[in-house]
Structures are given as C-alpha cells and as structure tokens.
Design a protein around this ligand. Structure first.
Ligand code: ADP
Length: 151
C-alpha cells in the first residue's frame, strides 16, 4: 500500500541548525510524498501527550524542555512502508550508534539533541498524526512521478 503515513518532526535543534531542507530532501528523494507540513510551538502539555509513554524516564523533564525550546517542523509523509523506512532514514535513537548516511548519523552526536522524530510503528503513527494535525490540514494529491517510483 502506497498510502501508509508516518509522522516526522524536525525537532527545535534541527530547525535552528538549518536542517529542515536537508531532512525534507531525504524523504523527497527516496520517493515519499509530503501530505502535511507546519511550523509549530505546541507547548508542554501537548509534548507531554506526545511522549506519554516515556513519562517515567529520568530524562523526561529534559526531553520536554528540549522539545519546547523552539519551533518544530511537523510533517506527514506518505508511501509504501514509510513508517519502517522513515526510521531507517532517521537512524538509531542514539546518534553515536547511527550509521553515516542516516539523518542522526550525519547530523547529530547527543541522544538529547537528535534533530528529528519519526513514528516507530503504524499504530503510533496514526495516534501521533491525530495529535498533531487536523484532517483539514492533510492534502490529497497525485504526484506526477508516481509511476516512476512504484511498479
Ligand atoms: P526515538 O525518538 O528514536 O523513537 P525514544 O522514543 O526512545 O526514541 O525516545 C524519544 C526521545 O527521547 C529520543 O529521540 C531522544 O530525544 C530522547 N531520549 C531518549 N533516550 C534518552 C536519554 N537516555 N537521554 C536523553 N534523552 C533521551
């Protein structure tokens, strides 16, 4: 199915470091389709909901402060197996364990400044998309390259 969706967010450090363009380029050049994008500062309550599964972790308060420290570029990308492939494009959570050629492996060092978020499963992608976007913000269109990307 070419209509699987994932939630990708360029974190405040990625935005400040001028990495919006390079990160979008990696998803575009792979053949994925951008169907929603916005720059947001959603506030602590929203970020605590986004990371609710990590609420008990010692790094949780620092993570929320980090995510709340500036604008975030929130996006929805669409394509076949985009959730799994998005995670591969991102690299490991700890940038030092990420291979060169991945986003975190090329642009980051510290796990607490790892520049980009990507949903880790189809179910969490659906939850995250519903948390960050209204249905009216998601665009439906046919990419002219579609038949050159999918057999
Ligand atoms: P991922 O973002 O790869 O899905 P997690 O969901 O485990 O990873 O963690 C969410 C985010 O929390 C990470 O991307 C990172 O910014 C931060 N984080 C994870 N582990 C640590 C840690 N040990 N110290 C500081 N921040 C962390």
């Amino acid at each position: 199915m070419a209509d699987e969706r994932t939630f990708i967010a360029i974190k405040p450090d990625g935005v400040q470091r001028g990495l919006i363009g390079p990160i979008i380029t990696r998803f575009e050049q792979r053949g994925f389709k951008l169907v929603a994008i916005k720059l947001v500062t959603p506030g602590k309550e929203h970020l605590e909901k986004h990371y609710a599964d990590l609420a008990g972790k010692p790094f949780f308060p620092g993570l929320i402060d980090y995510m709340n420290s500036g604008p975030i570029c929130a996006m929805i990308w669409e394509g076949r197996e985009v959730v799994k492939t998005g995670r591969i494009l991102l690299g490991a959570t700890n940038p030092l364990a990420s291979a060169p050629g991945t986003i975190r492996g090329d642009y980051a060092i510290d796990v607490g400044r790892n520049v980009c978020h990507g949903s880790d499963a189809v179910e969490s992608a659906q939850k995250e998309i519903a948390l960050w976007f209204q249905e009216s913000e998601i665009v439906s269109y046919k990419v002219s390259q579609f038949d050159w990307i999918y057999e």
